[in-house]
Design a protein around this ligand. Sequence first.
Ligand code: ZN
Length: 86
Amino acid sequence: MKKRLESEGNPIGTLVCNVLGHKYVVTRRVTYHLKEFQCAYCDKQVTSDEEGQLVELSEERKEINNILYRVHRNRRKKSGLGRITP
Ligand SMILES: [Zn+2]
């Protein structure tokens, strides 16, 4: 294999992932459809995008997710209060 291994994560995990593919576990639930994942073997982090595809969790993505997380949480709180009818 001439492909360079990723420098991040542990090398054995990365090797396993190259052969078997990543084994993602959910690390954070941002919204109902949006989640952040981390590979159990090589610690690679990904997130689902607007279309439900897995993309690399870049700093920019992380920022977007943080905002969405806050908005989502606030909205849930508001709708919860909205149910209390006078
Ligand atoms: Zn992996």
